[in-house]
Design a protein around this ligand. Structure first.
Ligand code: FAD
Length: 398
C-alpha cells in the first residue's frame, strides 16, 4: 500500500516549521514587502532556533541538504525531504522572508551538495549566496563569461554577476566561473568567495515584483583573489559540468517546495473567503454540478496535489541516492507554473478583496512568479524533461 502521509519522524519538524511561520513570518510578511531592502531583524531569533535544530540533526536548514552517496537497503527519509517539508511550511508564512533567513541560502545548499568534508567544516555556520547569472547569460548557464585563472595557490576571478539572492547579506557567495572559455561547460567550476574579498564589489540592489523581503544583488568581480581550496568539487577540467549542475538536483525540489507553500497559503485563504461568502466546496459531487468558484477551487487543489507529490518524490530520490534530475525538473516545472496560476486564480476568485493590500492574496500572486523563473525557468525545465525523455543531448535539443 502506498502511504502518502508525512513520515511520523518528520511531523515534529513540520509542526515546528509551521509554528515559526505563524509566529515570525506571516506577521511580518506585509511589513517587509513594503520595506524592501530593510533587513528583517526578527529573523535573527528564528535563525538561531534553526541553527540549534540543525546542530541536533533535526533542522530544516539549507546546509542540511546532502546528496546520499550510495544506495542503501530500505528507504531513507533524510535531509532533502526534511528540508522540502520545512520549506513548504515556512513559505506558507512568507517566501521572501525564508529566502532572507541567515545561513539558509542557496549557496549553502550548493556547498552541502558538492563540498568535501574539510570544506564543509570550513564553511560551517556561514551564510552563502549563489551567483550564476550574468548580464549576458541566465538560462544558458554553460555560457558564463566570468573567468578564474590559477595564480599560485589562488584563483583570480573577473566578471559580473547579477540577481544574486541574499548577495548583500550573506557572508560569502558561491560564484560560477570558467577556467577556460575555449573548453566549454567542462571548464565551469564554483568558488566560495568571501564577501569582504578585495575587488568583490556590490554594484546595486534590485527592486522587484515579489519576494521583496529578499535582497537581490549585482556584483562586479575585479581581480578577486580566492584561495585555491575554495574551489568546490574537482578542479580538473576533464571532470565536466556535472559537478556544478548536480547542485540543481537538490535545489530545484526546494524551489518547488517554496511554490507549494505559497500555493497552499493562497488556497487556504481563498477557501476561507469563499466559505464566508457562502460558497460550499463539496467533495461528494462532481465539480460541474457546483458553483463555478467551488469547481475552480477543486481544480486548483488537484494541481496543488500534483505539485506537492512531485516535490516530495524529487527530494526523496535525492535522499535515497537515486538520480533525480528528471524528477527535480518535473517538480520545479509543475510547482512553478502551478503556484503562479493558483495564486492569480485565487486573486480572481476573490475579486477586489483578492486584489487589495489588506489581504495577502495579491502579494502571493507577485511572490509566486519567481518560482517559475529562478533555478531554471519553466521553459528550461521543459527542455531538460524533453531531453531526458527523448534521450537527446543538450547539443541535439536546444
Ligand atoms: C528575484 C530573482 C532572484 C534570482 N536569484 C538568483 C541567484 O541567487 N543566483 C543566480 O545565479 N541567479 C539568480 N536569478 C537569475 C535567474 O536564475 C535567471 O533570471 C533565470 O535563470 C533566467 O535567466 P534570464 O533572466 O537571463 O532570462 P533568459 O535566459 O534571457 O530567458 C528569457 C526567456 O527566454 C526563455 N528561454 C531561454 N532559453 C530558452 C530555450 N533554450 N528554449 C526556450 N525558451 C528559452 C526563458 O525561459 C525566459 O522565458 C534570480 C532572478 C530573479 C528575478
Amino acid at each position: 500500500m502506498i502511504n502518502l502521509e508525512v513520515p511520523r519522524k518528520l511531523t515534529t519538524l513540520v509542526d515546528q516549521a509551521r509554528q515559526a511561520a505563524v509566529a515570525f513570518l506571516r506577521p511580518n510578511s506585509r511589513k517587509y514587502d513594503q520595506a524592501e531592502h530593510t533587513y528583517p531583524k526578527e529573523l535573527d531569533t528564528l535563525a538561531a532556533l534553526l541553527d540549534g535544530l540543525s546542530e541536533s540533526g533535526g533542522g530544516a536548514g539549507a546546509g542540511g541538504v546532502r546528496r546520499a552517496k550510495a544506495k542503501r537497503d530500505g528507504v531513507v527519509n533524510g535531509a532533502n525531504l526534511r528540508l522540502a517539508l520545512g520549506t513548504m511550511e515556512m513559505c506558507w508564512g512568507d517566501a521572501g522572508l525564508l529566502l532572507s533567513m541567515p545561513r539558509q541560502g542557496l549557496g549553502n545548499a550548493a556547498i552541502a551538495s558538492v563540498a568535501d568534508e574539510s570544506q564543509m567544516a570550513r564553511y560551517k555556520g556561514k551564510w552563502a549566496a549563489m551567483a550564476i547569472t550574468e548580464p549576458d547569460t541566465g538560462s544558458d548557464s554553460g555560457a558564463i563569461r566570468t573567468t578564474a585563472v590559477r595564480d599560485g595557490d589562488h584563483y583570480v576571478l573577473n566578471g559580473e554577476k547579477i540577481f544574486v539572492t541574499s548577495g548583500e547579506r550573506a557572508d560569502c557567495v558561491v560564484v560560477w566561473a570558467t577556467l577556460d572559455r575555449t573548453k566549454g561547460k567542462a571548464a565551469i567550476k564554483s568558488f566560495v568567495v568571501d564577501r569582504d574579498t578585495p575587488g568583490f564589489e556590490l554594484v546595486r540592489l534590485e527592486h522587484k515584483l515579489g519576494i521583496r523581503a529578499s535582497d537581490t544583488a549585482h556584483f562586479r568581480l575585479d581581480n578577486v583573489r580566492v584561495p585555491a581550496e575554495n574551489l568546490l568539487g574537482d578542479p580538473e577540467i576533464s571532470q565536466g559540468f556535472a559537478g556544478v549542475m548536480q547542485t540543481f538536483d537538490n535545489t530545484r525540489p526546494l524551489v518547488a517546495a517554496m511554490a507549494v507553500g505559497i500555493a497552499r497559503a493562497a488556497l487556504e485563504e481563498t477557501r476561507r473567503l469563499l466559505t464566508e461568502a457562502g460558497i460550499q466546496i463539496d467533495y461528494d459531487h462532481p465539480p460541474n454540478t457546483q458553483p463555478a468558484a467551488a469547481a475552480a477551487f477543486i481544480e486548483m487543489e488537484a494541481t496543488y496535489e500534483a505539485m506537492y507529490l512531485l516535490t516530495l518524490q524529487a527530494a526523496w530520490m535525492a535522499d535515497n541516492g537515486q538520480p533525480n534530475s528528471l524528477q527535480a525538473s518535473y517538480a520545479k516545472a509543475k510547482a512553478g507554473r502551478g503556484a503562479t496560476e493558483i495564486t492569480l486564480r485565487c486573486v480572481e476568485l476573490c475579486g477586489s478583496v483578492g486584489y487589495a493590500e489588506h489581504e495577502l492574496l495579491e502579494k502571493w500572486s507577485r511572490d509566486a512568479k519567481i518560482m517559475d523563473i529562478f533555478e531554471g525557468t519553466q521553459q528550461i525545465q521543459q527542455l531538460i524533461i524533453a531531453r531526458r525523455l527523448l534521450g537527446k543531448t543538450s547539443a541535439q535539443l536546444k
